[in-house]
Ligand binder design. Structure first.
Ligand SMILES: [Zn+2]
Length: 54
């Protein structure tokens, strides 16, 4: 299963989780540290700077 990297906006931690594609699409990701749902998937590790979203 693929590994996804997320950043928690609440406690500013980057964590990795292993999910199936189906789980990933459901988007049920919470921070393992604070259980916050304010998590943002990180792509920077896989894709060098793409276009900036502002
Ligand atoms: Zn957190």
């Amino acid at each position: 299963m693929p590994t996804y990297e997320y950043h928690c906006e609440k406690c500013q931690v980057i964590f990795e989780i292993v999910q199936s594609m189906a789980e990933h699409e459901r988007g049920k990701v919470v921070c393992p540290h604070c259980q916050s749902k304010q998590v943002v998937q990180q792509f920077s590790r896989f894709f060098a700077k793409t276009s900036k979203k502002s």
